[in-house]
Design a protein around this ligand. Structure first.
Ligand code: PAF
Length: 306
């Protein structure tokens, strides 16, 4: 178990704490976040706590993954509450760098995971995933974890990070955990804080649209257009300004012509001034439809043993 949460701001302090844990024979679990922790993050920390000996989390509202018109400045920030939650969950180390601890004005390196950021959020948030993979690569180099935990809620991000990790040979096992939902189905998200009571009720339509899509597929529909239309109808009725409702191949994130194999059913839309996303991933084989998380350990050259 953890003997209290240590909070550090500098990469060098992360490295020495992690080295000390390694010298004690502990494996390192890592939960990177942009803060405003909710039960989704908590489930990631719990899993890391169960499966690894020393748990590191990071909180960094990464400016490089927010577009110029996005919610970087109004993104919820409460490090005291977040640190208290991490402490309660038995996290060992919180890395909370400032912007200058991670980036300098002379930085020139950019990383892009080609092709996987063309559709879904990639098409309406240009540069977003480049910002995500840059900071994740930097954090992996600083923390050097054995395992890193991400949520299926950000499915495109999860797939892109698995590709990044495999392509750049990070010896990190990526663990994807299922989306944690409110009792009525709304996916947990830091951005839910911005919803009014009425908007929050209507936002459940995202999950209802996905659940309806899954039912339609279970009933035998194999053409994406019909499934997409049912999702669009449900979201429009709830008052969403729709960004997308798509069915893509779960491994290459390109729209499918036929619903077969690994399918990511993904939606995004604006409820008032708040952009929300959600998804369900399924494996479709013949008449069988099984809900899954998009985890691709076979992409990595490393073999993982616990
Ligand atoms: O999912 C998030 O919280 C962020 O995108 C991540 C992966 C921590 C990168 O800033």
């Amino acid at each position: 178990m953890s003997s209290g949460l240590k909070i550090v701001q500098k990469a060098a302090d992360v490295r020495s704490a992690v080295l000390e844990a390694r010298l004690q024979g502990k494996s390192i679990g890592f939960v990177p976040t942009i803060g405003a922790l909710h039960e989704g993050h908590e489930s990631l920390v719990r899993s890391a706590r169960e499966c690894t000996g020393y748990v590191v989390s990071s909180i960094f509202v990464n400016p490089k993954q927010f577009g110029p018109k996005e919610d970087y400045t109004r993104y919820p920030r409460d490090q005291t509450a977040d640190a208290a939650a991490l402490e309660r969950l038995g996290c060992d180390l919180l890395f909370a760098p400032g912007e200058r601890d991670l980036y300098t004005s002379s930085d020139r390196t950019r990383i892009s995971v080609h092709g996987l950021d063309e559709f879904l959020c990639g098409s309406t948030r240009p540069g977003h995933f480049q910002g995500v993979v840059l900071v994740v690569a930097k954090l992996f180099n600083i923390v050097q974890p054995d395992e890193a935990y991400f949520g299926q809620k950000d499915a495109q991000q999860a797939v892109i990070i698995q590709r990044l990790t495999a392509d750049l040979d990070f010896p990190v096992r990526i663990v994807i955990e299922p989306t944690v939902r409110e009792p009525e189905g709304l996916a947990m998200s830091s951005r839910n804080e911005h919803l009014s009571t009425g908007e929050r009720k209507r936002a459940v339509a995202l999950y209802e649209a996905l659940s309806e899509a899954k039912r339609v597929i279970e009933a035998g529909e194999r053409k994406p257009a019909a499934v997409k239309q049912s999702m669009l109808n449900r979201m429009t009725r709830a008052g969403f300004d729709i960004d997308y409702a798509e069915l893509v191949d779960g491994s290459n994130l390109r729209p499918v012509k036929n619903i077969d194999g690994l399918i990511l059913i993904a939606v995004a839309g604006w409820m008032g001034g708040t952009r929300l996303i959600d998804n369900i991933a399924v494996r479709v084989a013949g008449t069988g439809v099984e809900e899954i998380v998009l985890e691709f350990p076979e992409w990595s050259r490393y073999e993982w043993k616990r």
